[in-house]
Design a protein around this ligand. Sequence first.
Ligand SMILES: *Cc1c(COP(=O)(O)O)cnc(C)c1O
Length: 402
Amino acid sequence: MTQAPDVHQAEPIPAAAREAIEALLQSGDLFRYTAPQDAPVALLESEFAELLGAKYALAVSSCSAALFLSLKALGLPRDARVLIPGFTFAAVPSSVIHADCVPVLCEVGDNYRIDMADFEARIDDNISAVIISHMRGHTSDMDAIMALCDARNIPVIEDAAHSLGTTWHGRNIGTIGKIGCFSFQSYKMINAGEGGILISDDADAVARAVIMSGAYEHNWKKHKVPMGDNIRDLEEAFGRWQNQLPLYNLRMGNLSAAVIRPQLPELARRVTDGRKGHDYVADRLNSAANFNVPAKLAAEVRAPDSIQFNLVDLSDDEIDAFAAAAAARGVKVQIFGRSTDNARAFWNWQFLGDMPELPKTRAMLMRACDVRLPVHLSREDYDAVADILLDAMNEVTRSAAA
Ligand SMILES: *Cc1c(COP(=O)(O)O)cnc(C)c1O
């Protein structure tokens, strides 16, 4: 029988991290604002901004914290309405609630991207901000979204937690909206266990986010920017906001930055390997009946570390039987809508209170499967995953035909 790979095994952290961590353990200098300059967190911010092509970056404790601070940085009034996709991780509506705003959900199509007709219908002058969640790294149509939002002067926050390394017309995802947010949680492209970062070219928004993240007094002076001439805009903005904002203390510590920094040079390789492996498995599944891996959008070059596919022409019972047959062979297939607690199914966001119905999104979630495909798998591993999924489907459809 085909041996399923361990898809929860992480790639080792580059050895260079050890030296940096050892030095931090020796000095005990773990807080980002102790050193007068060039703390690992400050260096990470400067390097990350440069890597992505943004003017400024702020490292924080998680992508959820980055999303929350982004909303706060926009200065939205209480009860402002924020348009978000109906298919995203529960962290996204949670960040809206946390910022005292009201999430408005829009439909997502069976290609996992925002349904543009529904988005257009819902974007009115009562929407104060938009969060685009590139869920599982599937990029929504950013040209259409930015045109609609720019026409109304509505700021766009990109939740690029799972899109680090994805490009749109050659531009890095996360640099298209006003603010882009990323995650360093272990299941993302760069693994620090926990962590997040936001990037922006807007000095005022960044200054506000930096202060609220916990840069009390004049600690903002220890922030570093990749291009020196942008520092003046930022300093002016800090001057405007000094002592004006609450502190939420969502900072990143130096140990996390020491784990992240040596992974930045690995990103390009991880992205290329992940895409190759994903596309290989996608081609194998698409050539079989009952599987559909939706095509990417034309402007998009993806950076996947998991695969999503729709099950077609199967009954609910057959869908459950397929997941069970794959699990028996060692591959966990998560069908987003077919459990009672999936954090990506909007009807489980019961903390929102009154739940709108999103029939398209619900229909997609009931048939959409999620399988992890970490970027370090070998060709044999990718084949093993594909073989197991195809075998599981054969078992289900054969017994249905019998
Ligand atoms: C992982 C993830 C988040 C949350 O990131 P954390 O760093 O764990 O807070 C938010 N949105 C998406 C799309 C994610 O994949």
